[in-house]
Design a protein around this ligand. Structure first.
Ligand code: GLV
Ligand code: MN
Ligand code: MN
Ligand code: MN
Length: 400
């Protein structure tokens, strides 16, 4: 089945008519439908499917022997996300297998196409949960405590879709020698460089931090402005400070999720919880940025008669992909080298790399750079260049 056909098969699954964006939360019906589709595609290609106790799945092209070559990505999306973030890597991997077979290539080592669960952390709050469970980067004790916004525990969500979760690290990575993930670019570097495809050098360190602002609920009409202890105001000023601090240092800081209590129009809120996503070029700068945002927030809280408590929910260290492998994959494509660039987005590739697996990533140009949004896009022509690029990479890695 062609890339275009696979892409149109997936297109309607989990798409909201109102926005055109995707809601493919892990272990929900749309994500499971994508997953079932993936299993069908593996079967149609004669790939030997293995699933671990957490829902991560690999379809193996068993050929040759020795350390295997893994590719793939994820099928879940952020809330109201784009079509490409994740599925492009999975569909391109399947298409790359077809391309290699058309070329008559016979791998010296097995090639696996993987689909990892809950990459976005959109349901259980922890990004790359599937791959982190896979490598043991997240303990089963911590995973057992994870709950979604409705209070459903991760284990129950997995059980509900027929998985038999063990929440332990998995045997799927046994014998894997290297991993290549293809992904839509989530910025505009490739547009600026005039290239359809690029190779990743590394991933910026990043983290998620919960900011709890507590004040005093009160009447929106009768409470004089000077008598209020309004945590929304403290939050608003902290969000401004975060934006300014990040801009000053060329870093990234975003408050994208807020919870207000009691969330009524005619009451000064009692509490605002907001989640900061911060990303910096190095780990020390990340720690300093978050500390400065907290310092300014606490200062503002003192002025507002509110309080601020900050806790880190997850922090991912800096990832440097193997430079020799990046160069090897980037080198010499129809006489030109692909650009090698760093990214500020998190990926399962970063988790596998941190676990000591030789890892590389390919990016496909995104004309506007918009991602985590219904507007995310890549031209089909560029996606097809990406499929060829991935097939070339797999050939270099699984060939003689
Ligand atoms: C995941 O895509 C992230 O970078 O947040
Ligand atoms: Mn992704
Ligand atoms: Mn994403
Ligand atoms: Mn990601």
């Amino acid at each position: 089945m062609s890339f275009e056909q696979m892409w149109s098969d997936l297109a309607p699954i989990g798409r909201a008519a109102s926005s055109g964006g995707y809601f493919r939360q892990p272990f929900g019906s749309a994500e499971r439908e994508c997953h079932a589709w993936f299993l069908e595609q593996c079967a149609a290609r004669g790939l030997d499917v293995e699933t671990d106790g957490n829902g991560n799945t690999v379809g193996w092209w068993r050929s040759g022997s020795g350390p295997s070559v893994l590719t793939g990505s994820h099928l879940d999306s952020v809330l109201d996300g784009g079509a490409y973030d994740g599925p492009l890597g999975v569909v391109s991997s399947l298409a790359a297998i077809d391309r290699l077979r058309e070329r008559g290539f016979v791998p010296d080592r097995p090639i696996g196409v993987g689909a990892f669960v809950e990459e976005e952390g959109s349901r259980f709050g922890l990004a790359c949960l599937g791959s982190q469970l896979m490598t043991g980067a997240v303990s089963s004790e911590r995973a057992k405590e994870l709950r979604d916004r409705d209070g459903t525990p991760l284990l129950d969500a997995m059980n509900a879709v027929g998985l038999e979760p063990d929440l332990g690290d998995s045997a799927l990575l046994d014998g894997v020698g290297c991993f290549v993930e293809l992904h839509v670019e989530q910025g505009r570097d490739l547009v600026d460089r005039g290239a359809a495809v690029g190779v990743a050098s590394g991933i910026w360190p990043h983290g998620r931090y919960r900011f709890d602002f507590t004040g005093q609920a009160n009447h929106a009409g009768t409470t004089r402005m000077e008598d209020r202890h309004d945590p929304m105001l403290t939050f608003a000023m902290t969000a401004l400070a975060a934006n300014k601090q990040a801009r000053l240092g060329g870093q990234r800081a975003t408050f994208g999720r807020v919870q207000v209590e009691p969330n009524g129009t005619n009451a000064v809120p009692a509490k605002v919880s907001a989640w900061l996503d911060a990303r910096c070029s190095d780990e020390a700068t990340l720690a300093a940025l978050v500390a400065e945002i907290e310092r300014q927030g606490s200062q503002r809280a003192e002025r507002d008669g509110t309080s601020l408590a900050v806790s880190a929910e997850s922090v991912s260290g800096s990832v440097a992909f193997d430079p020799a492998l990046a160069q090897r994959l980037a080198a010499d494509h129809a006489g030109a080298d692909w650009p090698v660039l760093a990214t500020q987005a998190g990926h399962d590739a970063g988790i596998l790399s941190a676990a000591g697996i030789l890892t590389a990533m390919l990016f496909v140009r995104n004309p506007t750079g918009v991602s985590h949004s219904p507007a995310e896009f890549a031209e089909t022509a560029d996606c097809l260049v990406g499929v060829d690029a991935l097939a070339d990479s797999l050939e270099r890695l699984a060939g003689p």
